[in-house]
Structure formats: structure tokens, C-alpha cells
Design a binder for this molecule. Structure first.
Ligand code: PMP
Length: 408
């Protein structure tokens, strides 16, 4: 039987960019020791008190169908959190609870776009974005950014792309670049979507991971609450990736229709997961700071380690759990560098090209292993890059990287 074009063309017929990742996993399965700095998964698990609450709520019977829009308590808790953090009046009627941020991204595009509409996203991008847009039968169109602008989109590029488009998807703090959008960038974005009458879909799943600058939700900019759908999640802020709990914040009329969509797609999120999410959010900001702390520490360590060399260029690492490194001084492409690094050093990183053409010539390093091992891996990446750069200049014909001893 023939499958729909929608589902067969979800990845656009190109490689999904995860080749290095799969190769590393195959090496691990074959018994090789590989240092994996690929995916955005915390190295700590969900905290025991959150799991205890989940268990207790399940045992007490909250295992039937939960309210489709989310429980009143969780919607109220999320609304208060958003209002406290942004100053924008927000009630339960502005909140839909979803099975994670990914489902929220899909639903937000379903709400904003009709089949055939152009939906913009910023390149480099989180890997699922174009497929999510195709999933609602809209046409994904990338807006390129530049390494020299620290991957902040330019107003002129947005203006050109926005003509005739229906929505713009942004992500700050950003995966894969680790960049936090400046106030001026967000004002430019708000100006363009208002002038050209676009929906803004604002993916803020890393909003608790800010090392430098300030996270500003564009929904809080003048006139934006009516045209912005914010995507949030428990995954990154509370190390609850496997629990699949997220949300959309938007105008009441949009949430109302999105609830109908949820009734016909997900039918809500398990009640005991929602109860555990309320418990987790009630732990307050100190708890969230603790969850983010390892990434902040590793980013600080990385800056020190990389300060002593001039082959790898560090894109300002202002937030999220990733570092974006410019490898153009020592390799032709991020993909070539990542493959060689895996072969020679048994370290797996993501090629920048996996996240779009704007990130070509870069690699993304996830800061998701224990501090000493992370610092050691970064020193080895740096030494390997030195070797590659020297080899290019003909100094080390074998490209033999400097040997760094194992961490204590
Ligand atoms: N947006 C971005 C930018 C992400 O990096 C991720 C997960 N890696 C998601 C959304 C989806 O997260 P989840 O579905 O776990 O909430």
C-alpha cells in the first residue's frame, strides 16, 4: 500500500545528519570505548524525590485518562511560572500541556500553518525542525545566519524571507549554537513578524540554562502576546527528558483550538507525570539552577581550556548544554573533522552540517559527561585539531596528534 507523501517525505529525502552518531553507537555496541559528546541528554537522571512523587501519584490512582488540556494544577503552575518570569498576564486558559516540547512544536505549527504555507526557521537549527514543519504539510524554509554574527539572525534576511510566509520558528537559548539572542535581535524579530503578519513560534526549552546575558521571551515584547506560541518543556530544566511533559503558551483562542487538536491526537499526558511535574516546578529556581550547574561549570572549564589555543574557534557559549566550535582552521568540513576525530580519538561529536548549512565547518560538542572526563575530552579534541592544522601546513606529515594522558 502506498504511504502518504507527507510521511514518506518527512526528512526531505536527505540524510538526517546522524551518521557519526550512529557510527559511534555501533562502535560502542562492538565493545569499543567511545567518548560520546553527541546528544542533549543530561548525565544525571531525574531526581529521586520527583520519581517518588510520580510513583505515589500513580499508586494513589492517577492512572486513568487525564484532562486533555492538562490538569488544572499543572496548567495553573505553568501559567504562574510564565507570568512570574515574563511579566505577561498568563492564566490556565493560555496553557496546553503536551507530551514534551516536540509534540508542542508540531501542534504549534498545526495551529499556525495551512497545507502549502511557508514556515520559516533559523539555520542552524534543532534537527527535527524541517520535518516537524513537513509533518503539518507546510513548506520549511531556512533563514541563514552567519558564524561572524554569532548566528544571530539579521533583520534584512528575516524581512526578505518573511514575505509571503506564515510563521517563524526561533530557539533561544539555542541548540546547536549555545547562543542566547540579544534584546535587539528579538526586537528585530518582533518587528518583522508584526509587519509581515506572521506567527512567531518561540522554542524556549533551554530557558533555565543561561550562562551569559538574559533570556527574554519574545512573548513579553510589545504587541507580541497575540501572535506568539511559546514551546516549553520539563525535559531540560528538570532532567525529565523521558517523562514527556511540555507545553504551549498562547492566546486563549489558539489554545482552545489546540485542545481540540490534542483530543484528536495525543489525548493528553499521563496524570502521574503531570503531578510529578507540579512537584518538580514547586521545588523552585534553586533546584533548576542545580540541574543546570554542571553545564555552567563545564562551559567555564571549556573557555579556559580553549583560551590557550588558536585553532578551534568557540562561538560565544551563552546558554544551553552545547559548545559550537569553528574547525575551519584545521579541516574542510565539520563532517570530515567529526569522522576523523571518531576514528583517531574515539570521541564522537556532531558535525555542524547536521544542523544546517550555516553551521558548516563547525562541530557541536554536547557538555553531557562528567566534569573531568569532559575537560580531558576537550583537551584531546584541541590537541587533535592542532595536529590536523599542522598536517595541513605540512609540519606533521602524519598528523600525529599530541598524546594527552588519561584524567585522574
Ligand atoms: N527544542 C529543542 C531546541 C531541543 O533541543 C529539544 C530536545 N533536544 C526539543 C525542543 C524537544 O524536547 P522535548 O520534546 O524533550 O521537550
Amino acid at each position: 500500500m502506498q504511504l502518504s507523501k507527507r510521511i514518506t517525505s518527512l526528512t526531505g529525502g536527505v540524510s538526517d545528519g546522524w551518521d557519526v552518531f550512529y557510527r559511534a553507537r555501533a562502535m560502542v555496541a562492538a565493545g569499543e570505548k567511545v567518548t560520546e559528546l553527541t546528544i542533549g541528554e543530561h548525565d544525571i537522571r531525574t531526581a529521586a524525590p520527583i520519581l517518588k512523587e510520580m510513583h505515589e501519584q500513580a499508586m494513589s490512582g492517577h492512572t486513568g485518562y487525564a484532562m486533555v488540556p492538562g490538569t488544572d494544577t499543572l496548567r495553573d503552575t505553568v501559567a504562574k511560572r510564565v507570568q512570574d518570569r515574563t511579566g505577561v498576564p498568563t492564566t490556565r486558559a493560555n496553557v496546553l500541556i503536551t507530551p514534551g516540547g516536540q509534540a508542542a512544536l508540531f501542534a504549534a505549527h498545526a495551529a499556525a500553518c495551512d497545507p502549502g504555507d511557508t514556515a520559516l526557521y533559523i539555520d542552524p537549527y534543532y534537527a527535527t525542525y524541517p520535518g516537524t514543519i513537513r509533518g503539518v504539510s507546510a513548506i520549511p524554509q531556512a533563514v541563514q545566519t552567519r558564524a561572524e554574527d554569532a548566528f544571530q539572525p539579521r533583520k534584512a534576511d528575516l524581512e526578505t524571507a518573511a514575505k509571503g510566509a506564515r510563521s517563524l520558528l526561533i530557539n533561544t537559548p539555542n541548540n546547536p549554537t549555545g547562543v542566547v539572542y540579544a534584546h535587539q535581535t528579538l526586537k528585530d524579530i518582533a518587528g518583522v513578524v508584526s509587519d509581515k503578519n506572521l506567527w512567531l513560534i518561540s522554542d524556549e526549552v533551554y530557558d533555565t540554562q543561561v550562562w551569559e546575558g538574559e533570556h527574554i521571551s519574545p512573548r513579553s515584547l510589545p504587541g507580541m502576546a497575540d501572535r506568539t506560541l511559546v514551546v516549553g518543556s520539563m525535559s531540560k530544566s528538570h532532567a525529565m527528558t523521558g517523562s514527556r511533559c511540555g507545553w504551549i503558551i498562547g492566546p486563549e483562542a489558539a489554545i482552545d483550538k489546540l485542545i481540540t487538536l490534542a483530543t484528536h491526537t495525543t489525548y493528553g499526558v499521563p496524570g502521574y507525570i503531570q503531578d510529578a511535574s507540579v512537584f518538580a516546578l514547586d521545588q523552585g529556581t534553586d533546584f533548576e539552577t542545580d540541574i543546570a550547574a554542571p553545564f555552567r561549570r563545564r562551559r567555564d572549564a571549556a573557555r579556559k581550556i580553549l583560551a590557550g589555543q588558536n585553532v578551534l574557534g568557540l562561538i560565544p557559549a551563552q546558554g544551553a548544554m552545547y559548545l559550537m566550535l569553528d574547525i575551519r582552521a584545521c579541516a574542510e568540513s565539520g563532517e570530515g573533522f567529526a569522522n576523523a576525530l571518531l576514528d583517531h580519538e574515539k570521541i564522537a561529536v556532531m558535525p555542524g552540517e547536521s544542523f544546517g548549512q550555516s553551521a558548516a565547518g563547525h562541530i557541536r560538542v554536547a557538555m553531557t559527561i562528567e566534569d573531568n572526563a569532559f575537560a580531558h575530552a576537550l583537551r584531546r579534541i584541541s590537541a587533535f585539531a592542532d595536529g590536523q592544522a599542522a598536517r595541513r601546513k605540512g609540519a606533521h606529515p602524519n598528523g600525529a596528534p599530541q598524546i594527552i594522558s588519561e584524567p585522574k
